[in-house]
Design a protein around this ligand. Structure first.
Ligand code: NAD
Length: 368
């Protein structure tokens, strides 16, 4: 059988720096675990704009459609801030999500014990935290029509439309239930059914999917505003949270920060299964291109490495190898390895990006 294929789009700023460490990890799995990937690389974001005048070339888009998974670094930077909206680096990312139809965005919020002090919440509230937010990513108010700024009665009116079809809700719900079955078997669906018709439909469809195919998964519903409160009051009550695009945008950022640094947060965006059964997929750290530290070898590569761990688990059915990689990261953190973003008030000498890669590779070696 052919090796699984990966397209690496490292992007801008710290993207290429953190992705270099991921490439070493990918190499390790090939050398030591007989898990070899066919890796190709291309440009996205500002780097693609510099080369081609567009943030994602058509050829790159075509390649992304063909591979088993895309790994993305980060896009953007001050150099591109004044470009026309249509060619801004972020448009490259949006095009990938849209054309690959990546409708389920998975954002884990997991607390590594060694970093529990980094949370703004009390340690006992977040120690051992492991929740997953499934955010619908391709519909809802960010895409609904009509939209725009119009003049009505000599006054400007801003309009966006929250719109969901049954099919869009159903596929997001299925993604959440499937995930829950591999985790704590609980889904909490969040909307605003008290004030929004789209929320009423959301709740109905989630209930229908649950009754039809996932009755063995524990399902609860919560208004999204209460969900935000519960996330900071008692986050460990949740396993999988299912929500729409707008509420998911906010709730996933809130949940992510429960655990501390941006440099630690991975994500996955999944679509429908391809002919080989694997879902269309893109994996990327939550953080951006961090222009303030780019080029200095200081960036924390862990978010990007954890994104690759998600690829092992969700695209390649290599859960045990994903566990191995996550355990190696847990181990180096427990041993005190820290990049600058993870330094506490006690100080110490931070590791650079490559040094963090080195200790993780050493921990992987030690796991054999
Ligand atoms: P950012 O995530 O790039 O940085 C925010 C802060 O966190 C900075 O101080 C940065 O140094 C720090 N940080 C982020 N990642 C880190 C890491 N791995 N290690 C250590 N420190 C890290 O967000 P921003 O500053 O608001 O945006 C910078 C650029 O990135 C903008 O052009 C923005 O549009 C873009 N952006 C891109 C993405 C993406 O590619 N998915 C996401 C967010 C922002």
């Amino acid at each position: 059988m052919a090796n699984p294929s990966l397209l690496i789009l490292a992007g801008d700023g710290i993207g290429p720096e953190v992705m270099d460490e991921v490439k070493r990890i990918i190499g390790w799995f090939g050398d030591k675990r007989d898990l070899t990937f066919d890796v190709s690389e291309d440009l996205v974001g500002g780097a693609a704009y510099d080369a081609h005048g567009v943030p994602l070339h058509d050829d790159t888009m075509a390649k992304a459609q063909e591979v088993d998974a895309v790994l993305l670094g980060a896009v953007g930077g001050p150099k591109y801030d004044n470009l026309d909206f249509s060619v801004k680096p972020e448009r490259g990312l949006l095009r990938l999500r849209k054309e690959m139809d990546l409708f389920a965005n998975l954002r884990p919020a997991q607390c590594f014990d060694a970093l529990a002090d980094f949370s703004s919440l009390k340690k006992e509230l977040i120690a051992g935290l492991d929740i997953m937010i499934v955010r619908e990513l391709t519909s809802g108010v960010y895409f609904g029509e009509p939209r725009g700024i119009h003049i009505e009665d000599n006054m400007r009116v801003g309009i966006n439309t929250q719109r969901y079809t049954e099919a869009e809700i159903e596929r997001a719900a299925r993604a959440a239930f499937e995930l829950a079955k591999k985790r704590g078997n609980k889904v909490c669906s969040m909307e605003k059914a008290n004030v929004m018709e789209s929320g009423i439909l959301w709740r109905d469809v989630v209930n229908e999917v649950h009754q039809a195919d996932y009755a063995d998964v524990e399902l609860s519903h919560m208004y999204a505003d209460n969900g935000a409160m519960q996330l900071v009051r008692a986050p460990k009550q949740f396993d999988v949270i299912l929500t729409d695009n707008l509420f998911g945008d906010i709730l996933s950022d809130c949940a992510a920060m429960l655990t501390g640094s941006l440099g630690m947060l991975p994500s996955a965006s999944l679509g429908l299964p391809m002919a080989n059964g694997r879902p269309k997929a893109m994996y990327e750290p939550v953080h951006g291109s961090a222009p303030d530290i780019a080029g200095q070898g200081k960036a924390n590569p862990i978010a990007c490495i954890l994104s690759f761990a998600m690829a092992l688990r969700y695209s390649f059915d290599e859960g045990a190898e994903a566990d191995r990689l996550e355990a190696a990261i847990e181990k180096v953190l427990a041993d005190g390895a820290r990049t600058g973003d993870l330094m506490g008030p006690e100080g110490g000498t931070p590791l650079g990006t490559t040094e963090m890669g080195d200790v993780i590779l050493a921990a992987l070696d030690a796991s054999l």
